[in-house]
Design a protein around this ligand. Structure first.
Ligand SMILES: [Zn+2]
Ligand SMILES: [Zn+2]
Length: 404
């Protein structure tokens, strides 16, 4: 089974967006405060995603080797550097976040089985690069506060307090895809993109009651899925006019619940985050302690250690026209509790879960077990388990995409 493993790292660096062929005024118009002398800095956060088969030791790659490669090839060179000068790639093309992500990909690709390089300039702005020539994704994050109720036509008997008017701090992530400009390094003017999202969404949605103030939701239930879909419809053409394509709208109702909409008719994705606290020990039952220590390091210590595992599940389905949902949320939560959280929480996985008596409970194998366990019960609820992401620590996470 194939699995994606993610490794987090970070670096702090200075850069300046300034093109010598432009006048001072033109640089200021194009890049705003980013053009100021001598430059500005960020604490960049980097996520490197790699794909492979889970091996007999329960790993796609040895993450301690991965860590050293990333430090040697990337963060060790970029940390506390002046980006415009540190690598020659940043002379023809400015070190924009998307271009840094692309160059990091080019430098790491000979060493690691990459599928994605994700680089955060700050928590509100990041780029994704997947090795597709000049093509990159840029995401901005913003928020609005709004009231809503699950209405019309949903019974208080089934949906309870959710049919009362209540409110959320919604967080909105808008992703666009486009080509990295060979001189500015940018796929889009970020200030213009922020302005579009502000004008078409935030100004209208913030401090409103969605059911009463937005005519679209007079007859359509403002579930997270439907709000994401409507926002996508509002943004599609103004974002086209910026010369890029809207590729995803991600809307968080809370840290535990969010929806993705990728512009595909009634198809939506619902995400749930939950957690369990478990102990584990990484050791192959057929190997000696020195051999296991060689492979798993400290994780092989005989009495085990533990994590707060954060589990994110993505379910894909058609948005039901009457309920506005891709799946019955209450039933989904019950399935996750019954099959995973209740059996896993406050246990020693190796000893308490029979499956892990012989199979090493690495994050990859735990994610695989969860995908196999939840697939059919979710199918029975009329949707499809699309992705399981298990975050073992802030630096390590793995993802399994469920295929047919
Ligand atoms: Zn709500
Ligand atoms: Zn561990």
């Amino acid at each position: 089974m194939q699995c994606i493993v993610n490794r987090r790292d970070q670096f702090s660096a200075i850069s300046r967006y300034w093109l010598p062929e432009l006048s001072e005024i033109e640089n200021l118009q194009k890049f705003g405060a980013y053009s100021k002398f001598p430059g500005h800095g960020h604490n960049y956060v980097l996520f490197i995603s790699m794909l492979g088969e889970i091996d007999e030791y329960g790993m796609v790659l040895n993450l301690s080797d991965v860590k050293h490669v990333i430090k040697r090839e990337i963060t060790g060179q970029l940390d506390f550097s002046y980006l415009n000068d540190v690598w020659t790639e940043f002379q023809p093309t400015l070190p924009s976040t998307e271009n840094i992500a692309r160059v990091i990909w080019q430098r790491l690709a000979p060493h690691l089985p990459l599928v994605r390089v994700q680089l955060f300039e700050n928590p509100q702005l990041w780029a994704d690069y997947r090795g597709e020539g000049k093509q990159a994704d840029l995401t901005i994050r913003t928020h609005f506060s709004a009231a809503h109720r699950l209405a019309p036509n949903l019974s208080a008997e089934k949906y309870g307090k959710y049919t009362n008017t209540h409110g959320h701090n919604y967080h909105l992530e808008v992703t666009v895809e486009g080509e990295i400009d060979s001189r500015t390094g940018m796929v889009v003017n970020v200030a213009a993109l922020n302005q579009v999202v502000e004008d078409y969404v935030v100004k209208i949605f913030d401090h409103s009651c969605l059911n009463d103030d937005i005519p679209y939701f007079a007859d359509i239930v403002p579930t997270t899925e439907n709000i994401a879909r409507y926002i996508s419809n509002l943004l599609e053409s103004p974002i086209d006019e910026l010369g890029v394509k809207l590729s995803n709208v991600k809307l968080f109702e809370s840290h535990q619940l969010w929806a993705d909409y990728t512009g595909n008719d009634m198809q939506g994705y619902l995400n749930i985050s939950t957690h369990f606290s478990s102990a584990h020990r990484l050791a192959h039952p057929d190997l000696s302690l020195p051999e296991n220590t060689e492979i798993y390091g400290k994780c092989a210590r005989i009495n085990g250690h533990g994590h707060n595992y954060q589990l994110e599940l993505t379910v894909k389905g058609e948005i039901d026209p009457s309920t506005g949902m891709v799946i019955d949320l209450g039933a989904l939560n019950q399935v996750i509790t019954d099959y995973i959280v209740e059996p896993f929480d406050y246990t020693f996985l190796n000893k308490d879960i029979p499956f892990f008596a012989k199979v090493v409970p690495t994050a990859e194998n735990i994610a695989l077990y969860i995908s196999n366990t939840l697939r059919s019960p979710i199918q029975e609820l009329g949707a499809k388990l699309y992705k399981v992401k298990l975050v073992e620590s802030p630096n390590n996470a793995c993802e399994i995409y469920i295929t047919d």
